[in-house]
Design a protein around this ligand. Structure first.
Ligand SMILES: *Cc1c(COP(=O)(O)O)cnc(C)c1O
Ligand SMILES: [Zn+2]
Length: 416
């Protein structure tokens, strides 16, 4: 029995349950349409609770999953009466057991399960660090082969809470290559026989896995929040929150107003912020990310530095911002560090650099009146608890099996 179908957002063409990234007629996003129209929680400890709206047949049994709680200390400091924190990471005191410490793990579990259920054997992806760690972890748990391409700046982020397995194939890139170079090399490796491309934002399992942050918040709060704050590099998390909110709206029990997306990038690399300031659907590289590579080297949270984000595509971030009357922020390193210190001291958990950017955007929104005191706000702390994790275990570093000089290197040379 099927649980969902896939539908193109432009031409409406429908597809069955398969690992599909593209419509055959155009380049628009495809979206899952679930046959369960009401969210019915399953008795699973983590993300598997949200089985209604995950594109897999078998319920996920992992205890990794999003948590949501009402902030007291930070809320008081900001004068907010309904601030909720969505947290993805390790914080056992709050029942948060996502051991790779970011919401990328929320996409890795359903993606690997969908791959398995559709007969795929090996998945290929590029990562700035956090996605690679999440997929390596699920590979270690399931034995499914993953090929992960990571720029030099991301290699230190490739650790695991358990011993690495042979199923993990990590390919590093020499200094000078950035995340987008990694995407280009991964695209070439994915064309080899037997390989399946993870697909980034085009991957429905990725989006619906990340969307569980919004589902968990709506269940905890009892309704859709008025505002959703997150730091974005590709914007996939923002698109996912929007899509999840659309499903919750159709469910009927959570209200009819979509949360306003309030999304942040960090200076100097802020292409989506620049394009959205002018309400442009297209990112113009010469205007929006001049000297991109240099900008990226100077950027604090490098996880947020995708040079080819799914912004203008049908069903992408521009559409999500239009539909929710969204706002984008550009945050300085100083603002991020200040917000990080404030958040950590008040809420009592360490957060990753992109989440510091997200927290800084909330401070800015409060200062500039982009939220009112009594509105319901969801701050997505998409990564945290790494320091907390190290109190409980010693992470293992993953060793690369090959290093690529550039994205065009002959694949035989890599010997993977
Ligand atoms: C990947 C990541 C982001 C950015 O996510 P998008 O894919 O751009 O939505 C933000 N925070 C953390 C912790 C991340 O790992
Ligand atoms: Zn189509």
């Amino acid at each position: 029995m099927g649980r969902f179908k896939l539908k193109c957002l432009k031409c409406g063409r429908e597809y069955g349950q398969e690992f599909r990234l593209n419509c055959e007629n155009d380049d628009a996003f495809i979206r899952a349409e679930y046959f369960e129209k009401k969210l019915e929680l399953r008795s699973q400890p983590g993300i598997g609770k949200f089985h209604s709206w995950l594109p897999v047949q078998k319920e996920l049994t992992t205890n990794a999953g999003p948590i949501t709680y009402k902030s007291e200390a930070l809320a008081r400091e900001l004068g907010l009466s309904n601030l909720y924190i969505g947290f993805s990471g390790y914080w056992p005191e709050k029942e948060a057991f996502t051991k790779t410490c970011s919401f990328k793990e929320l996409e890795a579990h359903p993606t690997m399960q969908l791959l398995k259920e559709t007969g795929g054997k090996a998945i290929v992806l590029a990562s700035a660090g956090n996605t690679g760690r999440a997929f390596a972890h699920v590979s270690a748990l399931t034995g499914i082969d993953v090929y992960i391409v990571v720029p030099d700046s991301g290699i230190s982020k490739l650790w695991l809470p358990e011993e690495p397995t042979e199923s993990i194939h990590l390919i590093s890139m020499s200094p000078g290559n950035d995340y987008t170079d990694a995407i280009n090399l991964a695209g070439r490796i994915a064309k080899l026989p037997g390989m399946v491309s993870e697909g980034g934002a085009r991957n429905v399992a990725r989006r619906d896995g990340m969307g569980t942050v919004m589902l968990d918040a709506a269940i905890t709060i009892g309704k859709l929040p008025d505002h959703y704050f997150q730091a974005v590099g590709s914007g996939t998390g923002g698109i996912s929150a929007w899509e999840a909110a659309i499903r919750l709206r159709a469910d009927g029990r959570f209200g009819q107003k979509l949360p306003k997306l309030q999304l942040a990038q960090n200076f100097p690399f802020v292409p989506m912020y620049n394009a959205w300031q002018e309400k442009r659907r297209e990112i113009i590289p010469e205007l929006d990310m001049k000297d991109a590579k240099k900008q990226i080297e100077e950027t604090y949270a490098t996880v947020l530095t995708n040079r080819a984000p799914p912004y203008g595509v049908t069903g992408g971030l521009y559409d999500a911002l239009v539909d929710t009357d969204g706002i984008m922020y550009a945050i300085t390193k100083e603002e991020a560090l200040e917000a990080k210190a404030l958040f950590e001291s008040l809420e009592g958990i360490d957060i990753l650099s992109p989440s510091a950017v997200a927290a800084a955007s909330l401070l800015k929104a409060v200062e500039t009146g982009k939220v009112s005191k009594d509105e319901t706000i969801l701050l997505n702390i998409a990564g945290g608890g790494y320091k907390r994790l190290k109190e409980d275990l010693t992470p293992f570093q993953i060793s690369p099996v090959a290093t690529a000089k550039n994205p065009d290197v002959p694949l035989e040379e890599l010997n993977i």
